[in-house]
Design a protein around this ligand. Structure first.
Ligand code: F6P
Length: 351
């Protein structure tokens, strides 16, 4: 069997399930097609620097359950320098690669899509804990992040009850409220605040006061890192308190801080003692759930099949429970924001 030589990379923020997908690509490519897989280290950085490792079955033994990525990752954008795309092409050519499989979110896959104009043959695999990629119902990594956040909410509840406190739990998700909505519903939070629905601090406090007047003496508020108050002086104040100078190579600001700002507001306005927990990178680390391992594995096998069908410029995706192929350009054009019917469900139960 004479196979192809296929490059693979993991880019952007890591997430649980990346090693499961690497393993699926290596094993299915080798066993079904006799392919060789070349792994670039640290995302597009490794392609620019021509730094790679040969991936085989031996290297992929016992990694399906492992968090992180054995290849490393970075938020490198080859389009930041004018010669970046040329350098990518030189690396792929010098390694005799027939195609590259890019595993990433909107940024990493957006690069793969733009590189098509330079002759790069790429297939994309969607990953991100944020679940904010369009054209796929779920990305792997999300399920694990939600489980971690839900476990945290469960734990916060018992300490909040003991001390009769409000605990604000800030979760990741960038500008999409998927993690907050799922973990908030699963954890029975009193309030769930997401970027898609700007909140009124006064209304949040009134609802908490009503709840406590009704006999509840503690509350969990789940707030997404990208959530913000509706326009007005509070929005300006919150923006100021959470502003970050740091932007990555794709122009994204580092988010964080809304939880602490909100806890201070709640304490000042209601008199309830309030604390904040920022879950941060805990949500990205450690063992993937079985659901994420299976989704990652299905994606990996389908991506190899797409390469063999010369279906370049496509991303594997989940639709109605099936693995399908969609254009990377459609998946990366606009982020997939939260399905707001979830907030209707939440509204029926929160408070
Ligand atoms: O996109 C995944 C994500 O974890 C976001 O939820 C978060 O805003 C961001 O990455 C954090 O990035 P970094 O790991 O660079 O701090």
């Amino acid at each position: 069997m004479t196979g192809m030589r296929i490059g693979i990379l993991t880019g952007g923020g890591d997430c649980p399930g990346l090693n499961a997908v690497i393993r699926a690509v290596v094993l299915s490519a080798g066993r079904l097609h006799g392919d060789e897989i070349v792994g670039f280290v640290d995302g597009w950085r490794g392609v620019l620097d021509n730094k790679s490792v040969q991936l085989d079955e031996e290297r992929c033994r016992d990694i399906v359950q492992l968090g992180g990525t054995i290849l490393g990752t970075s938020r490198t954008n080859p389009f930041v320098s004018s010669d970046g795309p040329g350098q990518v092409v030189r690396t792929l050519t010098s390694n005799n690669l027939d195609a590259i499989i890019a595993i990433g979110g909107e940024d990493t896959l957006g690069v793969a899509d733009r590189l098509a104009a330079h002759g790069v043959k790429a297939v994309g695999i969607p990953k991100t804990i944020d679940n904010d990629l369009s054209e796929t119902e779920f990305t792997f990594g999300f399920d694990t992040a939600v489980q971690i956040a839900t476990d945290a909410v469960d734990r916060l509840r018992t300490t909040a009850e003991s001390h009769h406190r409000v605990i604000v739990c800030e979760v990741m998700g960038r500008h999409a409220g998927w993690i907050a909505a799922y973990a908030g519903i699963a954890g029975g939070a009193a309030e769930i605040l997401v970027p898609e629905i700007p909140f009124e601090v006064g209304e949040v406090c009134e609802r908490l006061e009503r709840r406590h007047a009704g006999g509840q003496f503690s509350s969990i508020v789940v707030v997404s890192e990208g959530a913000h108050p509706a326009e007005g002086p509070e929005a300006d104040e919150a923006r100021h308190a959470t502003a970050s100078e740091t932007v990555d190579a794709f122009g994204h600001a580092r988010l964080g801080g809304i939880g602490e700002w909100l806890a201070r507001q709640i304490e000042r306005r209601t008199g309830f003692e309030a604390r904040t927990t920022i879950l941060g990178h805990v949500q990205r680390g450690g063992t993937p759930t079985a659901r994420d391992r299976v989704l990652a594995t299905r994606f990996g096998v389908e991506a190899v099949a797409a390469v063999h069908d010369a279906d370049f410029g496509m991303m594997v995706a989940l639709r109605d429970g099936n693995i399908v192929r969609v254009p990377i350009s459609a998946a990366t054009r606009v982020p997939k924001t939260l399905d707001l019917t979830l907030m209707d469900v939440a509204a029926a139960l929160t408070g």
